[in-house]
Design a binder for this molecule. Structure first.
Ligand code: PEP
Length: 235
């Protein structure tokens, strides 16, 4: 399974180093077989050396090698550290920073062309969820427009906007129904994200079409994140 941590705008360079060191120790000691990914803030990206197989990726990047895009990082800044993984389309990018579907698919294409593993995020806001599953699927399908779903390094994270950072996770039934519908179109691994915590990790990971979780808040504590990986190991 895939167990991924999104730091968002949290942690420092030193804190990230410390976190990854503890994570690497845990992966070695536990002999975990999970695919573990960590997305630190761009200021803390580095060429980390692990004795286990932790994947570090960028949370966001502009689809250029380099150029005049103040405040953004491009391919050159990520590849300096030999990193080959990125999130694209996180709901905070789409909603707070108003990233359009056109930009998300441009980013997807660019990083696909450069051989990146892409965790591509989709998910509906509360008012769409209230209209029912048909509206949810229509909304998610629009967020998949222009995305090559056959790309072999694609991972999809279904993250309902109303569940992200709110402490309010989608119900097991809602996740199950949505992932089952997504599976009709998508062969790539499907993750769930949205207020995943130790208490609901097991149940979520047991959902038939769920291949893992993308975790924000709860993952910022290394012991909690390791507990989640340990739960995946038990299944
Ligand atoms: C996320 O940032 O992708 C996320 C799911 O956050 P949280 O776990 O805090 O809801």
């Amino acid at each position: 399974m895939i167990i991924a941590s999104n730091f968002k705008t949290n942690n420092t360079r030193a804190g990230t180093k410390e976190y990854l060191k503890k994570l690497d120790n845990f992966m070695n000691e536990s002999g975990s077989k999970q695919k573990v990914m960590v997305f630190p803030p761009s200021s803390a990206l580095d060429s980390f050396e692990f004795s286990s197989e932790i994947i570090v990726g960028a949370q966001n990047a502009y689809p250029v090698l380099n150029g005049s895009f103040t405040g953004e990082i491009g391919l050159e800044q990520i590849e300096e550290f030999n990193l080959k993984t990125t999130l694209v389309g996180h709901s905070e990018r789409r909603h707070i920073f108003k990233e359009s579907q056109e930009l998300c698919s441009k980013k997807f294409d660019f990083f696909k062309q450069n051989g990146f593993e892409i965790v591509y995020c989709i998910g509906e806001p509360q008012e769409v969820r209230q209209e029912g599953i048909k509206s949810v699927m229509k909304y998610c399908e629009a967020q998949l427009e222009g995305i090559d779903l056959t790309y072999e390094k694609l991972i999809i994270a279904y993250e309902p906007v109303w569940a992200i950072g709110t402490g309010l996770s989608a119900s097991i039934e809602q996740i199950d129904e949505t992932l089952t519908k997504l599976r009709e179109k998508i062969k790539a691994p499907l993750l769930y994200g949205g207020s995943v915590k130790v208490a609901n990790t097991r149940e979520i990971l047991q959902i038939r079409e769920c291949d893992g979780v993308l975790v924000g808040t709860a993952s910022w504590d290394i012991d909690t994140f390791c507990q989640m990986i340990a739960i995946a190991d038990e299944l």
